[in-house]
Design a protein around this ligand. Structure first.
Ligand SMILES: [Zn+2]
Length: 306
């Protein structure tokens, strides 16, 4: 999406409040989450996934997603989004009035059976129905596929399986489909191949990427996606997060490192790194540990040298 000055702009969706906090043993209070949201909003993050509607017994960290969305309300320029994985989730999303949702299924049958307790085929069919309901209710829906670039249980995932699941999602009328490297198994070339195949098959759909940095290829995969035409990426402030199904998994590419890479190449993100560092400080202080993102350290060093 080139802007008026002919420069390119990208959209980063921050996942720290969902993909990040869901992995933490310490449960953040509603006030703490709201404070983090405010800091991320102030830093200029255009889209924030603030939580998910999953069973509070299974993921207690996300139990107050509805309340958080209600406290944020509609007085924000940031797009507030949440993750829906089942019919109960859609019900809750409709009731708290979240304007934007992600609705995703796994393309790996084993991962789907373990995570959603359904075969990949059944999960996809169920999600198609739910997406149609959400669209009828005038929600903006981003459909998504998990484990697109490999599965810890099944190894490689066939591109045909990915494209066929994507077709079912595309037929619902969604305008964006997110391809997730849930396990961090993608390589830059695999990203480019999949994005190009996808664009040939579904030219009317916007592709976004959700890249876990488990094997240290997050930024390389992100740039490969950018070169293949992707302009929307999920990121996670501080690089918080992991994956309950992948031992040793890292979070999404740290937001601050993605901002540094793109801005350094003249590609606008609209995100202020200094303001974002404040959110990372809050996370690191609350969690009493350093987070993996690099740019916060660089900024601290510059200030010390200043
Ligand atoms: Zn993830």
């Amino acid at each position: 999406m080139p802007n008026d000055a002919g420069q390119t702009r990208i959209l980063l969706e921050d996942e720290a409040l969902r993909d990040g906090l869901q992995m933490e043993a310490r449960i953040f209070s509603l006030e703490e989450k709201r404070h983090l949201f405010d800091l991320l909003e102030k830093a200029g993050i255009p889209r924030i996934q603030v939580g998910s509607f999953v069973h509070p017994k299974i993921v207690p960290q996300m139990a107050d997603t509805d309340d958080l969305i209600r406290t944020i309300g509609k007085e924000t320029d940031t797009v507030v989004s949440a993750l829906i994985l089942n019919d109960k989730g859609l019900e809750r999303a409709l009731s708290c009035g979240v304007p934007h949702v992600s609705m995703s299924v796994s393309v790996s049958d084993t991962h789907s059976r373990k995570n959603a307790r359904k075969s990949a085929g059944d999960a996809l069919a169920g999600m198609v129905t739910l997406i149609e309901e959400a669209l009828t209710s005038h929600m903006t829906v981003r459909a998504g596929l998990q484990c697109v670039f490999g599965c810890v249980y099944e190894g490689a995932i066939s591109q045909t399986a990915v494209l066929s699941a994507a077709e079912a999602l595309a037929n619902t009328g969604v305008t964006e489909i997110n391809l997730a490297d849930t396990t961090g198994m993608a390589t830059p070339l695999a990203i480019q191949e999949m994005v190009r195949l996808f664009a040939d098959e579904f030219p009317e759909i916007v592709v976004s990427l959700h890249l876990h940095d488990t094997r240290g290829l997050g930024l390389a995969n992100m740039f490969a996606g950018y070169e293949a035409g992707v302009r929307i990426f999920d990121v996670c402030t501080g690089g918080l997060g992991g994956c309950p199904f992948v031992k040793g998994a890292a979070g999404n590419v740290p937001t601050e490192d993605a901002v540094n890479m793109f801005e350094g190449m003249g590609i606008k993100t609209g995100i202020d790194l200094i303001a974002l560092a404040e959110a990372i400080t809050v996370l690191e202080t609350t969690l009493e540990r350093r987070l993996p993102g690099r740019m916060k350290r660089v900024l601290e060093f510059q200030q010390t040298c200043g």
